[in-house]
Design a protein around this ligand. Structure first.
Ligand SMILES: C[S@@+](CC[C@H](N)C(=O)[O-])C[C@H]1O[C@@H](n2cnc3c(N)ncnc32)[C@H](O)[C@@H]1O
Length: 417
């Protein structure tokens, strides 16, 4: 579809009141705070970047039932327009993940791009404290909507945006250009940043990472800031707002805003692989009991965040019992072949466990829980992140707190699965 065709079906008289209403709605929630960003938000028309989106008609069903909602389709038009001018994340791209033959074969569509909910986008832009004259790099161009917001705020010559998917970049480029914005767009793996336009005053990543790519630090000028969604092995993520220091390090707090961005991926034609691979131990596991309710790992966001920080090199996955007697279990494993399983159904108030290997993972998790309780069960925004050329760690309260810090695991060496 061309940009003209979507423009032809939208009455601009209706767009302004909708944009103003949405601006008030998200201002009320504290996401839109400044005069500058309010002007930008009510100037850039979101529908231009979202002529269609994908809607999951049965969330949670496998396979998902995706329906295309098309602005130019008279049957969809009202639903489309209402959604585009609502505070909603809208999915725009799916890619197939291969299913192994032993599990039926074929492929399963996974979300690979979306337009982030406007209140989250605006909150991140406000929190980044962007000023006139700043140069900004965005990781994750997607629809181009956020690049348009940045271009409207700073002028397009100050904006660079990179996406792993060349097709998305081409489409976003056409839509941006049709509306007079020509930011520097790049189709590449954003993990390397975009060096030819560095240094930046601000970097905003709209996909999540399990470790901050160090190129982002070197490409940000000292005093500059990076907004990034850090994700742990329990898939809990939080927004970190880092300040880059002149000694090549960066640090800053996690924000109270809840945010889950799709993971950064390295293959433009494939989705992020969410499969958690865990090898069961060769040795006979020992059985035990714990009072720690494993359900809370998945349902208590603050505890889940701390647990994944404490056991950052672990893999976690939910499993079901073959005989279904004890139904769900949480399986945990670490690279040194330590392994544990905690069943979710208690027996007389205790949860059955099995563990094997040199690191007693259930005991470590219990220790993590005691430490988190001793700290008065803090939420993620009590913590911060420090990044150096070699190490990255989560700290408690202050970056110079060397006593309470939890290291993020180093990336696996290239070529080692
Ligand atoms: C939430 S969407 C971005 C939304 C976008 N900012 C907008 O305004 O529409 C996340 C994007 O990150 C992109 N992405 C994933 N891995 C990436 C990588 N390694 N480098 C750059 N972009 C990546 C995806 O293709 C996807 O378009």
């Amino acid at each position: 579809m061309t940009v003209q065709s979507i423009e032809a079906v939208v009455d601009n008289e209706v767009v302004q009141p909708r944009l103003q209403a949405l601006a008030c709605e998200i201002s009320e929630r504290g996401a839109l705070r400044s005069r500058q960003w309010r002007r930008v938000f009510t100037t850039v028309r979101r529908h231009v970047f979202l002529p269609r989106y994908l809607y999951d008609e049965e969330p949670g069903s496998i396979p998902a039932r995706w329906r295309v909602v098309e602005g130019t389709n008279p049957d969809d038009h009202h639903e489309w327009f209402t959604s585009v001018y609502s505070d909603t994340t809208l999915i725009v791209d799916l890619k197939g993940q291969s299913i192994p033959p032993e599990r039926g074969g074929g492929s399963h569509p996974i979300v690979t791009s979306s337009s982030t909910m406007p209140s989250l986008m605006m909150r991140m832009l406000e929190d980044l404290d962007i000023h006139d004259g700043h140069r900004v790099l965005e990781i994750g161009t997607g629809t181009g909507y956020n690049a348009a917001l940045l271009s409207e705020r700073l002028g397009d010559t100050h904006v660079t945006s990179v996406d792993i998917d060349p097709e998305l970049v081409a489409i976003a480029g056409r839509r941006l250009a049709a509306h007079g914005y020509r930011p520097h767009l790049v189709a590449a793996d954003g993990v390397a940043g975009v060096s030819d336009h560095a240094p930046y005053d601000r970097i905003i990543a709209t996909c999540s990472v399990d470790r901050i790519p160090y190129a982002w630090i070197t490409q940000t000028r000292p005093g500059g800031r990076i907004m990034v969604n850090l994700r742990g092995p329990l898939m809990r993520s939080a927004l970190a707002l880092l300040t880059v220091h002149s000694n090549g390090t960066a640090s800053g707090p996690f924000l109270s805003t809840g945010a889950i961005f799709m993971p950064l991926r390295h293959d433009p034609s494939a989705p992020y692989d969410y499969t958690v691979r865990i090898t069961r131990p060769d040795t006979e596991p020992t059985s035990g009991l714990t009072s720690l309710d494993p359900n809370n790992l998945h349902h208590n966001a603050a505890w889940g965040f701390f647990a994944q920080t404490y056991l950052a090199d672990a893999a976690f996955r939910l499993v079901t019992a073959e005989d279904d007697e004890m139904s769900l279990g949480t399986e945990i494993a670490t690279p040194n072949h330590s392994w544990a399983l905690i069943w979710h159904k208690p027996r007389d108030g205790c949860y059955p466990t099995s563990q094997a290997g040199s690191r007693r993972l259930v005991n470590l998790l219990e220790r993590a829980y005691h430490q988190w309780s001793a700290l008065h069960q803090p939420r993620w925004d009590t913590f911060g992140l420090t990044v150096t050329p070699t190490d990255q760690w989560v700290y408690y309260h202050q970056p110079d707190n060397t006593y309470l810090r939890w290291d993020l695991p180093l990336p696996a060496p290239v070529g080692v699965p």
